[in-house]
Write a protein that binds this ligand. Structure first.
Ligand SMILES: [Zn+2]
Length: 376
């Protein structure tokens, strides 16, 4: 995710913090400081750091449970509205998805219980809603209330909230996954409208969250539709087989010439035996032209870690590779690891439209390429 800095690795997963988070800290400190002076500002900073510690613990609840089922997590990004763990894939088994989804909120339940029973948080239920940010209430109690709010908020049955995944997992016990996702996504979008409506009359932050939930629900529905539709389909059906490649000796200038004479936007860079060494995208070329000179070797500016999929593998494997790599292209290779084609988000979307039209699926709207890119 752009605009974020790494705090290092904890238990094998990189922890990143979004730069906007620092604005949030500064804003809270300023707001508290203008009401209660320096001591209040310091207390606000301590509270917000403690809250983000709890959010991080929540994300690790998901991450470590996923790892238990053999699923890795690239990184966790802390945003002002919470944390996002880029868990590489969700398990197909509903029971596993259920446990991964519940593990996050469960961590906050444990923290809240500890704060109330061991660390002396005490709450007058009448003032619960206003407790956070109230200077007369001690930090431990405020932190306990935040954890309770985190549990309630995350259990809203809407993607990308954990409650949405819990709902889908429960539905998956009775229905197939695509159907379960569609129903869970519809409920999520309805919840988003509800939140947005509340936001209109109250907290404007709810409007942003509503938009976020709405987009995430649409994304999730498309992503699963795509994977389901690609099951049992041969990869070659959606593979681009006539395409230009760049030689490992090529320069950025030669790449630009190729860009201008084709309609392609992603160019595989292959060595003499036809093996994929990397991919140079149109954006990568533009960046390279701006930063260096046209004689620069493409090897120095291409993206190296491009995922490849065997041409005999089912299309669903290529779809999963595209969705989890965050890259716009996967290389399709033969048994000798030579490139025989590429699959991009764009031509995958084209394939889906053709497929949907030929099957007469009215409900499957053509997915825009944006919907399946950069799932974080
Ligand atoms: Zn969560």
């Amino acid at each position: 995710m752009g605009w974020s800095i790494s705090l290092g690795r904890i238990a094998g997963t990189e922890v990143r913090i979004h730069l906007t988070f620092f604005f949030l800290v500064a804003w809270f400190a300023f707001a508290a400081g203008s009401r209660g002076g320096q001591a209040a500002a310091v207390e606000a900073i301590v509270l917000i750091l403690a809250v983000f510690g709890c959010v991080l613990a929540h994300e690790y609840g998901h991450v470590l449970t996923a790892r238990h089922f053999g699923i890795a997590t690239r990184d966790i990004t802390l945003l002002p509205i919470g944390g996002v763990a880029s868990i590489e894939r969700m398990p197909e088994k509903p029971g596993q998805e259920l446990l991964i989804a519940l593990a996050g909120p469960a961590v906050n339940v444990v923290i809240a219980l500890l704060l109330f029973t061991v660390f002396g948080a005490r709450l007058d239920p009448e003032r619960a809603v206003d407790a956070v940010g109230d200077l007369k209430i001690d930090l431990v109690t405020q932190l306990a209330v935040v954890n309770v709010i985190l549990v309630i908020f995350n259990m809203i049955p809407a993607f990308p909230m954990d409650g949405g995944r819990v709902l889908r997992a429960l539905l998956s016990y009775r229905l197939d996954r695509a159907r379960a996702t569609r129903i869970a996504a519809s409920i999520g979008q309805a919840a988003a409208f509800g939140l947005g409506f509340l936001g209109l009359f109250g907290n404007p932050l709810l409007l942003f969250i509503a938009l976020f939930v709405f987009l995430a629900a649409s994304y999730e529905a498309h992503a699963v539709e795509l994977r389901e539709a690609a099951k049992g389909v041969a990869t070659r059906k959606a593979t681009i087989t006539s395409f230009a490649t760049l030689d490992t000796q090529a320069t950025v200038q030669q790449a630009v010439d190729t860009l201008l004479t084709t309609t392609q936007r992603e160019f595989p860079v292959t060595d003499r035996s036809g093996r994929l060494r990397g991919v140079l995208t149109r954006d990568g070329m533009i960046r390279a032209l701006a930063a260096t000179w046209p004689g620069t070797a493409v090897l120095d500016v291409m993206e190296r870690d491009v995922v490849t999929v065997n041409c005999h593998a089912p299309l669903s494997e290529a779809v999963t590779a595209l969705q989890t790599s965050g890259r716009p292209v996967v290389g399709i290779v033969d048994d000798e690891a030579r490139v025989v084609g590429i699959i991009t988000l764009e031509n995958l979307a084209e394939y889906m439209m053709v497929d949907a039209a030929s099957r007469g699926w009215r409900e499957l709207a053509p997915a825009s390429p944006m919907d399946v890119s950069h799932h974080k």
